[in-house]
Design a protein around this ligand. Sequence first.
Ligand code: IDP
Ligand code: MG
Length: 138
Amino acid sequence: MGKTLSIIKPDGVAQGLIGEVIKRLENNGLKIICMKMLTMTKDQAESFYEVHKEKPFFESLTYFMTSGSIVVMVLEGENAIAKYREIMGATNYREAAEGTIRRDFATDIEKNIVHGSDSPKTAAFEIGFFFSSFEVTG
Ligand code: IDP
Ligand code: MG
């Protein structure tokens, strides 16, 4: 069993897509084992996206991620990281496969509805960023 971190980004929450995203996760065999809603500060967003700090989109991305409430979840399941990335679709919604969350709802390469960890190492960092080990019991 693997774990991954999922975020419904401010655009997803603002568009009323919390239920739709959760339905797709559950329909695909991903179990939600932790969940909360919060609004990140700019400092928190910058720490969370530290790996992207040299990218030209870093400032815009971290500002966007503080622009409204987000829903943060830990998902558990077989190949959870890869499976969730498949359900999300490619970063650029124009390249995302049909039926993926980003293809169906994203409006921009930045405003792409959801976040998902990309490796076991980043999943461990990202889960620990939002949840304590006491909360992540599965
Ligand atoms: P991912 O979310 O599919 O893992 P990353 O490359 O890790 O994609 O980028 C993190 C986030 O940064 C993306 O989800 C998107 O919101 C934003 N982003 C990525 N590439 C660009 C870009 O070229 N322009 C603007 N925003 C971008
Ligand atoms: Mg990424």
